[in-house]
Write a protein that binds this ligand. Structure first.
Ligand SMILES: [Zn+2]
Length: 333
């Protein structure tokens, strides 16, 4: 099965009321962990690579890893998505590199830190949509600013999305998916107290635009048992806290379709590697700690796929809609 567009996957999630995890990849271990979990649970999946990942492994390596994983797991429907593109050029480059979906985060300026204006966001996102849709590629935008900084990207203050402005933004730009700031946050230290998600924002946007896929960024639950394990084996992550998994699951019924998860896999890998180092200090074969790390990440992904009701949905994708066909659909609009 070739790469799918993210839109094809999210359209099915909208039609059948489920959520799809979008998991960040930087290397082989993460890619195999996610893809094997998708295969075991028969789930479609969104693999996303950030600008940081494209710098770390290089776009050629990331694309090659995804292609290889798809050969190993041919039944898994996969979309390859750019996470937090910061300008038109980065998005266009990812399209040239074979990504089937891109995010243009125009809620922040090019530096990935400074909040932008609504006008700037509409302008830059519209240009990415025009370029993407011409090629049949999916485009995600963002409105409001999420808190938390990850991969050097993010504002240090939160501005929840205004539903009317979000709808206006989606109409003006033509985005396929929209990241809404509704109370989630990036990273492992996002909250001082249990977060309260503003489901009403999601609900209001979903009611006016039921065909728009709403995206929840920063949706790691930061499992306390993983944080405890890290701290037990010499780590230092006091006060790490995430969004409870049941809150994320609840947001699916209000219209959230794409759920971004990165931190939870980092925690699972770090906890496992620390444990091996402390319990077996004689070990120095990298497979001795990367194999269990991979298994721990895969377990996290599997539990999310089951919780988001993605499990069992792979068989919905009997036909891949090609980029050419998608481009024709967009051209008719
Ligand atoms: Zn994000």
């Amino acid at each position: 099965m070739p790469l799918l567009t993210m839109k094809q996957i999210l359209d099915d999630a909208i039609a059948k009321n489920y959520g799809v995890g979008a998991f960040n990849i930087n290397n082989m271990e993460q890619t195999l962990a996610i893809m094997s979990a998708a295969d075991r649970t028969e789930s479609p999946v969104i693999l996303q690579a950030s600008r940081g990942a494209r710098k770390y492994a290089g776009p050629v390596m990331i694309y090659g890893l995804v292609q290889a994983a798809m050969k190993l797991y041919p039944k898994v429907p996969v979309a390859l998505h750019l996470d937090h593109g910061n300008n038109f050029e980065t998005c266009k480059q990812s399209m040239d590199d074979g990504w089937t979906s891109v995010m243009m985060d125009g809620s922040l300026m090019e530096d990935g830190k400074t909040p932008s204006t609504f006008e700037y966001n509409v302008d830059v996102t519209s240009r990415v949509v025009a370029e993407g849709h011409k090629r049949g590629i999916t485009v995600e935008g963002e409105i409001g600013t999420l808190g938390g900084i990850e991969d050097g990207h993010g504002a240090d203050r939160v501005k929840l999305a205004d539903p009317d402005q979000a709808v206006e933004f989606a109409h003006k730009t033509g985005v396929d998916a929209l990241a809404l700031a509704f109370g989630t946050s990036h990273g492992a230290f996002k909250f001082k107290a249990k977060p309260v998600l503003a489901y009403d924002i999601v609900q209001a946007v979903n009611k006016k635009m039921p065909g728009l896929a709403i995206v929840s960024h920063g949706s790691s639950s930061v499992p306390p048992e993983l944080v405890a394990e890290i701290n037990k084996y010499g780590g230092k992550m006091p006060g790490a806290m995430g969004v409870p998994l049941e809150d994320i699951v609840r947001s699916i019924d209000f219209g959230v379709r794409k759920i971004n998860i990165d931190t939870d896999l980092r925690l699972a890998a770090t906890a496992t590697i620390r444990k091996v180092f402390v319990e077996s200090p004689e070990k120095f074969d990298i497979r001795d700690y990367l194999r269990p790390a991979m298994e721990a990440m895969s377990h996290v992904v599997e539990t999310r796929m089951i919780a988001f009701r993605t499990a069992g949905k792979a068989s919905n994708f009997t036909k891949v809609i090609s980029l050419e066909e998608m481009a024709k659909v967009y051209a008719r609009k």
